[in-house]
Write a protein that binds this ligand. Structure first.
Ligand SMILES: N[C@@H](CCC(=O)N[C@@H](CS)C(=O)NCC(=O)O)C(=O)O
Length: 206
């Protein structure tokens, strides 16, 4: 057997783990689950993750983990590489509490809602919340290249994964210069391009 990643490659939370595994050069098998691939509602899947969500990380030795950022922290501890450190850790939690809810608010309206059902006022409010979150993120990048300081870490994977969709979605955009520069640094990484800068058309509602 080999370590397994359960989850569809169109999920940004699955993508974070795919990106981390690529940066670390670890072998694994990925099994499509969630969304159009189903499986998450089966008893077998709920035994792995009672939340019926992806990703799930299942190791050869029996360890099963859900919550993408917990998987990232575990992989850092297991390999002794890309540790986020206390400041990076703070940004990882901020991703869960603030950045991803704001990003999903926009993504859901602009991509996952059929055009006829979109609410323009809601979209404007959600974009404003997302811009506010990006202004906060910019404070963490004012005089540093990465969220943990000088070195790329799991914190950049946790938070940076969402930026591709922000820059790719069909929305008005005026991000702080530090966010544009950070995104350019991320997009320089082959593993970011492979795992993150990929089509999300299968999620689009028409
Ligand atoms: N906080 C969780 C969120 C997990 C989550 O919401 N996953 C979504 C995909 S991004 C999901 O499973 N949606 C249902 C589905 O794909 O069927 C994490 O970071 O792992």
């Amino acid at each position: 057997m080999t370590d397994r990643l359960w989850g569809r490659a169109s999920s940004v939370n699955v993508q974070k783990v795919m990106w981390a595994l690529a940066e670390l050069g670890l072998d694994y098998e990925r099994i499509d689950a969630g969304g159009r691939y189903g499986q998450t509602d089966t008893d077998a899947f709920r035994a792995l993750n009672p939340n019926a969500r992806v990703p799930v990380w299942q190791e050869d030795d029996g360890l099963v983990l859900w919550e993408s950022h917990a998987v990232l922290r575990h992989l850092a501890a297991r390999t002794g590489r890309l540790a986020p450190g206390p400041v990076g850790d703070q940004w990882m939690d901020w991703g869960v509490s603030t950045f991803y809810p704001a990003l999903i608010g926009v993504f859901w309206q602009v991509v996952r809602t059929p055009p006829a059902q979109r609410a323009p006022d809601q979209i404007r409010r959600n974009i404003a919340s997302l811009e506010e979150a990006l202004t906060i993120l910019a404070t963490g990048l004012e005089d540093r290249d990465w969220l943990n300081g000088d070195a790329f870490s799991m914190a950049d994977i946790a938070v940076g994964a969402g930026l591709y969709r922000y820059f790719d979605m069909d929305i008005p955009r005026d991000p702080p210069p530090a966010i544009r520069a950070y995104y350019a640094r991320l997009a320089d990484r082959p593993a970011y391009r492979d795992a993150i800068m990929t089509s999300y058309e299968e999620l689009r509602a028409t």
